[in-house]
Design a protein around this ligand. Structure first.
Ligand code: B12
Length: 349
């Protein structure tokens, strides 16, 4: 297949300057999502729009079977003209790999899996892969309008492939951008920035096809006052645990020294499991939290030992210690309900 002529035909009406302007916004957004990696590989770089938008990155590696741009545009980028599938990559080397619009071109899922496993070996421990591409779930009617698209992929099948190749899924955005460069909407830097800045347009997707609407993780984290020392998380329903676990992990990355304590019905039922399942979680509080949390905060703030607090669960090396549960508070619940009703009444009047 003559890819050169395919792309010439496909992008005939697309202004390359507008394309690059849009990429400059997307690239910075993605780099931040990936945790600002220092050494990045783009294994199917095309015209290099992603890496060329990130001159501040220490080391930029780009691979492509066809060299589509001249040497002067590739300044500062380590370019290798090769089919990525047969190229030997350095082991444990990259902090980040960004794969854009590539996997759908491979023959089948097995080939994608092999490549993902190969990328995993070339990532440093803690490295991040970010995969972007057309989502068959949302553009099935024109997915195969591209003559070089072979394998249908959705955000869910991509998650399965990534997970089976040994990655943990931190974040999935099923509709990252609403348009393609030859779609009906204009490829415009201003619209792209606006879209990415409006979190309520995004849907946070979780493993196994679950979606979570509302504030994105970034926006929740941005609302944490930077000098916070204790963060209390409430988890009522167990089906929310995978989402909240990812959020707690993300909060921990941003605030490594924050004390994180969780409570609620899920935690009361599964405190040990939750502590084992989420290394970023420091403490769990079982049962009613009113007095437990007060005792916990005052002990922490006055430098006292929190381990004796009734209802608290914590790690002790490899063990999880579950303190006895607290007695219920009794009448307080009635008062709480009464106050809530009053507040609702005031609001509605
Ligand atoms: C009201 C309620 C609902 C309402 C929720 C309305 C809302 N959004 O607030 C509705 C009807 C929508 C609902 C639906 C469901 N519910 Co319901 N629901 C309840 C119920 C009866 C009361 C929850 C409540 O508000 N309690 C009052 C508050 C103040 O208590 P609390 O949240 O537990 O918090 C206290 C402690 O847990 C602790 N605490 C809380 N957070 C924190 C944080 C920290 C750091 C600490 C230290 C302590 C702490 O202190 C608080 C004060 O004492 C509970 C049963 C119960 N008795 O608790 C079930 C319960 C929460 N529901 C349950 C279930 C299963 C469901 C459904 C899945 C049912 C279904 N099959 O559809 C759905 C799920 C809905 C969803 N969004 O996903 C289960 C959850 C079990 C689990 N492990 O997941 C419960 C526990 C009932 C049960 N025993 O089966 N539910």
């Amino acid at each position: 297949m003559n890819y050169q002529r395919i792309y010439e035909y496909r992008f005939a009406g697309v202004d390359q300057c507008a394309r690059e302007a849009v990429w400059s916004v997307i690239a910075k957004y993605i780099k931040k999502l990936m945790g600002n990696p220092e050494i990045i590989l783009d294994p199917a770089g095309g015209r290099g729009e992603f890496l060329r938008s990130l001159p501040e990155v220490n080391e930029r590696w780009m691979v492509d079977a066809v060299k589509a741009i001249d040497d002067s545009s590739l300044k500062g980028i380590h370019f290798i003209e090769h089919d990525i599938r047969s190229l030997e990559l350095p082991a444990s080397y990259f902090n980040g790999i960004f794969v854009s619009n590539f996997f759908e071109h491979l023959d089948n899922q097995a080939d994608i899996y092999d490549l993902l496993a190969k990328f995993k070996d070339s990532l440093k421990p803690g490295g991040v892969i970010s995969v972007m591409g057309p989502n068959f779930k949302y553009c099935a009617h024109n997915y195969f309008d591209c003559a070089d698209h072979r394998t249908p992929l959705t955000h869910i099948s991509m998650e399965e492939l990534l997970y089976s190749a040994g990655y943990n899924i931190e974040r999935c955005i099923p509709r990252f951008l609403p348009f393609s460069f030859r779609g009906v909407l204009p490829a415009n830097k201003f619209f792209t920035r606006l879209y990415l800045a409006l979190p309520w347009l995004h849907i946070e997707a979780m493993p196994q096809g679950r979606n979570a609407q509302g504030l994105s993780f970034d926006d929740i984290i941005a609302r944490i006052v930077p000098d916070t020392d204790i963060l209390a998380v409430s988890i009522m329903f167990s089906q929310e645990w995978p989402l909240i676990r990812s959020l707690i992990n993300r909060i921990r990355e941003t605030y490594p020294y924050l004390t994180i304590i969780a409570g609620g019905e899920h935690i009361t039922a599964l405190a040990e499991f939750s502590l084992r399942d989420c290394a970023a979680l420091d403490f769990c509080g079982r049962g009613e939290g009113e007095n437990l949390l007060l005792e916990f905060i005052s002990a922490k703030r006055s430098g006292k030992d929190v381990r004796k607090i009734t209802g608290l669960c914590y790690r002790d090396k490899d063990d999880i210690i579950i303190n006895p549960q607290r007695m219920p508070l009794g009448g307080v619940h009635i008062n709480v309900v009464f106050v809530l009703i009053n507040q609702c009444g005031d609001k509605n009047m």
